[in-house]
Design a protein around this ligand. Structure first.
Ligand code: FAD
Length: 314
């Protein structure tokens, strides 16, 4: 299957340091990066979410950076989150959770050789305290399957002090339906996505149709459960099924939300919001945009061609 091969190739490139350096330093058209990434600094992030707020959309900010292997880098990412939460609060954007933040544990120390888990959770705790002070929430992103248990354990530890911390579950993992059952408890915020990493068949469904079926099974568990489902997908079929399930479970519009990525299906984002649904946009910013962007390319080869053309035409 050529598209599966292209996807695997791109996911490989998303972790290749040499290629990252070449692409990040290439005179990439700002417009291409800007379509999916809000900018590099705190003020860019605030500006982008102010725009979304004006359109009635909610936000979750992601300071780009992952697989950080030194303590200094982990602290730098923590500080970026503390800074952006202060700025968002000053701009009045965090009230009632209007704009929150999404954090990757690997970006704040999880992969450090000594005490990685503890360092990451301590950093996350500081970010959660700042979010609480600003009146908003934090969601802990999910990464590749080797980190799932450690990340869910981190979420559990954080929830002892901050019960509103969001977890992410990936429908492509075979374990996820069971995780949905465990986590669909009162007040539990759970983002359900398909999953963005290149995973082996031993732990993940490899076939798109099987991933979609798993997504529907997980949605059923979450919508019937007591938690707060966050439906993260651009897939029109899954969005429709989520809406029907919410109706069938008599869920009020404030008891679940839809989520999409910045720059992907903006018309649909606005349509769902205008129809009275809560619609949250995941907004990445920061100079480490390479891995994020290449994962988006792997999902949609048409975007990869668009990106490649803009590199060549410069
Ligand atoms: P896809 O299978 O990619 O697309 C399904 C259909 O959606 C397509 O056939 C098309 O009809 C439509 N569509 C998709 N893209 C476009 C487009 N550009 N333009 C027009 N139509 C389009 N992954 C993780 O592994 N961990 C995370 O923590 C995580 N957090 C996320 C948070 C949010 C808010 C979102 C939205 C995604 C997150 N992801 C995360 C990524 C996710 O796992 C998927 O990789 C990504 O969302 C693509 O899957 P999809 O459900 O949109 O469906």
């Amino acid at each position: 299957d050529p598209s599966a091969a292209l996807r695997a190739g791109l996911l490989g490139l998303s972790r290749n340091d040499k290629v990252r350096r070449v692409v990040q330093n290439a005179p990439v058209s700002r417009d291409v990066v800007r379509r999916y990434v809000a900018g590099e600094g705190t003020s860019d992030a605030v500006e982008a979410t102010t725009g979304l707020h004006g359109q009635g959309l909610l936000g979750t900010l992601d300071f780009l950076g992952e697989d950080c292997t030194d303590l200094e880098g982990a602290r730098h990412t923590r500080d970026a989150y503390l800074d952006v939460l202060r700025a968002l609060s000053d701009a009045g954007l965090t009230e009632r959770g209007g704009v929150e933040v999404s954090v990757k544990l690997s970006a704040i120390g999880q992969a450090l050789p000594h005490d990685g888990h503890k360092i990451a959770v301590d950093h996350a705790r500081e970010i959660c305290a700042a979010a609480a002070a600003a009146g908003t929430t934090v969601t802990i992103d999910m990464e590749d399957h080797t980190t799932t248990d450690d990340t869910l354990e981190g979420v559990r530890e954080l929830r002892a002090d901050f019960p509103w911390v969001g977890a992410v579950l990936q429908a492509y993992l075979r374990r996820t339906e069971a995780d949905c059952r465990d986590l669909a408890t009162a007040g539990s915020r759970i983002r359900l996505c398909k999953g963005a990493y290149d995973e082996p068949g031993s732990v993940a469904y490899l076939d798109k149709a099987h991933v979609d079926l798993s997504y529907v099974r997980c949605l059923k568990v979450l919508m019937h459960g007591d938690g707060y489902p966050m439906v993260a997908s651009h897939d029109p079929r899954l969005i429709q099924i989520a809406g029907s399930l919410a109706d069938r479970c008599l869920r009020a519009s404030d008891s679940f939300e839809y989520q999409m990525l910045y720059g992907i299906r903006p018309d649909e984002q606005q349509r769902l919001s205008d129809a009275g649904h809560q619609m949250r946009i995941y907004v990445p910013y920061g100079d480490q945009w390479y891995g994020y962007l290449v994962r988006r390319m792997a999902e949609r080869p048409a975007n990869a061609m668009f990106f490649a053309r803009s590199l060549i035409s410069r």
